[in-house]
Every structure is written in C-alpha cells, then in structure tokens.
Design a protein around this ligand. Structure first.
Ligand code: DAK
Length: 259
C-alpha cells in the first residue's frame, strides 16, 4: 500500500514504519497519524509479522512535534476532531497486539515525544533529544503526554519537563527510564531488530497478553491483577503453551504458531 507521509517495509517478520517528512523534521500532520494507524491495521492479523519499529527519516529527527503549521489554523471543532482521531491511533499503538518499538533517531518533541511514549518501549540514538515544549506555544500535550510521561518517569520530573519545556538528551532520558537503551545512530535499527528477533521467538499470544496485562495496570477501568489471571488462564488453553512445555521436556526449541 502506498502512503504519502510514511514509508513501510516488511523484512524478516519486522514491519518498519518510517515517518517520512524529513524536511519538516517529520512533524506529525493529521494524515501521517492516520497512515500509521492503517499500516498497523494491515499487519494486525498477519502472523508472519512479529513486531514493529517506528522511526523517523533522516538523521536529525524522529518527529519534532505535531505539525504546528497545520494545527495553528484549527478552531475548536477541528482541534477536538484531531484530538479524538489522533488519540485513538496513539491508543491503538499502545494496545497493539505485537510489540511496537520507537527507534528514536533525533528530536522527539511534543507530539513526537508523545508518539514514542505510546510505543511499548523506546531505543534512542546518541543524538536523540526529548521534550514536551508545548507550553512555549501556550499549550499542553494533547496526545496523553501528561499521562504517559508520569507513568514512565514519575510525577516530579514529569512536572518539571512539562512546565519548563526543557529538552533532555538521550543519556538523561535513559537515566530517567524514558528510553531502554542508547546506541550509536548507525546501529539503532540493528538494536531494535535484535530485540524484536528475540521477542519473535517467544509465543506470540503470550507476548500479546504481556502487553495487555501491563497496560491493564494503567487502565482505571480495569483491575490489572484480574487481567493477568484471565490472560494467564487463556494461555493455558493454547497450542503454544502445549508446544512450549513439550519443547522444554524434549530439550528442543519451541516452534510457536500463535495458536
Ligand atoms: N511543525 C511544523 N514544522 C516544523 C516543526 C513542527 N513541530 N518542527 C520543525 N519544523 C520545520 C521548520 O519549520 C523548518 O521548516 P522550514 O522553515 O525549513 O520550511 C524545518 O522543520 C526545519 O526546522 P528548523 O529550521 O527549525 O531546524 P533547527 O535545527 O534550527 O531546529 C528544532 C530544530 C527541533 C529545535 C526546531 O525545529 C523546533 O523548535 N521545532 C518545533 C519544536 C516544537 O515546538 N515541537 C512541539 C510542537 S507542539 C493535539 C495534540 C498534540 C499536539 C497538538 C495538538 N491535538 C490533540 C489537537 C502537539 C503539539 C506539539 O507537538
């Protein structure tokens, strides 16, 4: 499928989605966000795809924010529409049934930082910079950045970053737990691929249920402990569980089918 603002590539079971507005530092316009949602839906039920990498084109930016030029002209109605439709895509990423890693290759600011936080975890290149500078525009984050930043780095530091609009570099983001690893830019995709390859060897339904159980902790409408019990019980009934335990006893590697 051809998209206007993203590139997609499936290689060896990994879908890479590249935000492709390099000259605008991959600023997120409404259509780009919709395209991410479509690209994900296209692989949701494709068992050959084990994971997704989300990254930015070029060496300078993952995404320098929502497209200021686009949303500066919005009124109340358009702002609300964008908040709902865009927010749904961010939630889709967070709840996706396969692991989604943000490969943060430069600036991740405003909506760009929020997009990385909707992913299951983040790997950064050494030149990456993170920040929520919306207050400079008289705004606050609109894609749940206030909520996800607290979840990832705690209230005090989140308050500081949200109120000052300061940028932090990759090493500080690592110390704060915002990113899991910092690597040289040339090896960023390789690092993400290697982690997804490792995850790809596990039971796909187990991975799906890890994502759901962890997310349940943060969902005020759910009880995470109960969600884990339900997910655990569900997995007992799967062929993957039989295969995993049989392979252990036969001293061989499991061959999971996601069934
Ligand atoms: N939007 C549009 N264009 C952008 C952009 C952005 N966020 N960031 C950069 N660009 C464009 C620049 O305008 C420039 O375009 P030309 O002038 O060449 O046409 C090009 O990218 C290169 O940028 P610079 O020339 O500025 O590059 P520098 O290296 O000098 O500076 C920078 C890099 C990242 C420090 C700088 O570009 C910058 O400060 N960018 C803006 C960062 C920012 O404030 N980001 C937060 C945006 S606010 C909503 C939900 C969420 C949001 C909004 C609504 N709803 C639910 C409705 C989110 C809001 C935000 O993200």
């Amino acid at each position: 499928m051809a998209y206007e603002f993203i590139l997609t590539n499936i290689d060896a079971g990994i879908l890479t989605i590249t935000l492709n507005r390099e000259k605008q530092l991959n600023a997120l316009n409404a259509q780009l966000i919709q395209e991410i949602g479509e690209a994900l839906e296209n692989v949701r039920n494709d068992k050959s795809v084990k994971g997704i990498i989300l990254t930015g084109s070029g060496k300078k930016a993952f995404a320098a924010g929502a497209d200021i030029k686009e949303f500066s002209a919005f009124g109340l109605e358009e702002g609300k529409n964008l908040a709902v439709s865009g927010g749904n895509i961010f939630n889709k990423i967070e709840q996706f049934n396969k692991p989604v890693i943000a490969a943060v290759n430069g600036f991740a600011l405003g909506g760009g930082c929020e997009l990385t936080m909707a992913c299951h975890f983040r790997i950064a290149s050494e030149n990456a910079k993170f920040g929520q500078p919306e207050v400079n525009l008289g705004l606050i984050p609109g894609y749940a950045g206030t909520q996800r930043l607290i979840q990832l780095i705690g209230k005090g530091k989140a308050m500081e970053l949200l109120m000052t609009g300061d940028m932090i570099d990759a090493n500080e983001a690592h110390q704060l737990g915002l990113v899991n690893h910092v690597v040289p830019q040339e090896t960023l995709l390789e690092k993400c691929t290697s982690i997804l390859n490792k995850i790809g060897k596990k039971g796909p339904l187990a991975i799906e249920k890890v994502i759901d159980s962890v997310n349940a902790y943060f969902d005020k409408g759910r009880n995470g402990f109960e969600a884990e019990i339900d997910n655990f019980a569900f997995l007992f009934e799967t062929k993957d569980f039989k295969e995993g335990t049989t392979a252990f006893m036969e001293k061989r590697k499991a061959d999971f089918k996601g069934e």
